[in-house]
Design a protein around this ligand. Structure first.
Ligand code: NCD
Length: 322
């Protein structure tokens, strides 16, 4: 089993590749996906038969709009088909069926499984089980740990707009502790030269100690700040996240910190014209609708890039599979 697709499928049909996290993904692999995403975005119709006859299973234990539907759109645009579930309701999980039995069944019905699950390690376990049948697993988000395909579309969007993935000033705002998109983005950026990260959050929502430890020897220069206004004028990228209410250990804490970070339109007077504002979405109240009108607002374009990035990834994982 090869985690994160390092194995070249063209040379070894027996090896099954999986996308579990961005953390151990090789820079060259990421670069290949970015290059392919540029190609697909230019002429998507050219790839409309790339995955004819292939089936993608979507196994979502947690809510999703963009990840699930952009995977579905990506697979359909490549000529493949999709099946799956978007919640436990209506499946045998409600009757007590285990993760491992559910994945064993989906692996016998499909060529690739996208899994979103609240538990740490769930995608890795699914990969181990699906490998027995030669079926790839892609994590669509596991707990507050990783969301690798979001990181791929995020760095594609940054590269497309900023023309580079190093020497950037990146501000992270909101819930940095429980957002899996934040940890995956940091692992992705750490592979591309030196970037400065301004971590701007309520102290109880700051980056996890474990993550900081893992990034200690990386190229990232991480600086903690409390006020976005102190740094917004220096930023190339402002990446905002919602409070991950469902992962808060204590509802009292949620009530205490809700609304503590908002990108107020008045702050934008200080920002560079070239700043890009990103958000994995959904937003709740951290980016007011007034910001949408600004040229720096990039989150909807970012979400759209999810289709092209996931097309590139599915094509790479499945095209040469029998
Ligand atoms: C994110 C997630 O599920 O982690 N959503 C997404 O996939 N675009 C972010 C979030 O839910 O806040």
């Amino acid at each position: 089993m090869s985690i994160n697709g390092e194995k070249n499928l063209m040379n070894d049909q027996k090896e099954t590749s999986h996308i579990i996290g961005i953390r151990d993904m090789k820079e060259e692999y990421i670069q290949e996906i970015l290059d392919q995403t540029y190609e697909i975005k230019k002429t998507p119709a050219k790839y409309s038969n790339s995955l004819n006859g292939k089936i993608l299973a979507l196994a979502f234990w947690e809510p999703s709009t963009r990840t699930r539907l952009s995977f579905e759109s990506a697979m359909l645009r490549l000529g493949g088909t999709c099946m799956g579930f978007s919640s436990q309701a209506g499946t045998s999980i409600e009757k007590g069926e285990s993760l491992s039995d559910t994945i064993t069944m989906l692996a016998s019905y499909s060529d690739c499984i996208v899994i979103r699950h609240p538990h740490r390690g769930s995608a890795k376990l699914a990969a181990k089980i699906a490998s027995r049948q030669g079926v790839s697993v892609i994590s669509g988000g596991s707990g507050s740990q990783e969301h690798p395909t979001q990181a791929l579309l995020d760095i594609f969007t940054i590269h497309e707009k900023c023309k580079r993935l190093d020497g950037l000033n990146v501000g992270l705002v909101g819930d940095l502790r429980y957002s899996r998109t934040i940890s995956s983005l940091l692992f992705a950026l750490s592979k591309f030269g030196r970037n400065t990260i301004y971590s701007i959050s309520h102290p109880t929502l700051s980056l996890q100690e474990e993550l900081l430890f893992d990034l200690e020897d990386s190229n990232l220069n991480i600086i903690n700040l409390e006020n976005l206004g102190d740094i917004i004028g220096e930023l190339d990228v402002l990446y905002v996240t919602r409070l991950q209410k469902e992962r808060f250990p204590d509802p009292m804490l949620f009530n205490k910190v809700r609304g503590s970070y908002q990108v107020h339109p008045s702050l934008m007077k200080l920002a560079k014209d070239s700043l890009i504002i990103m958000h994995p979405l959904p937003r709740v109240d951290e980016i007011p609708y007034a910001i949408d009108q600004l040229p720096q607002a990039l989150y909807f374009e970012q979400a759209k890039n999810g289709v092209y990035t996931r097309m590139a990834l599915l094509k790479k994982l499945l095209e040469h599979r029998k």
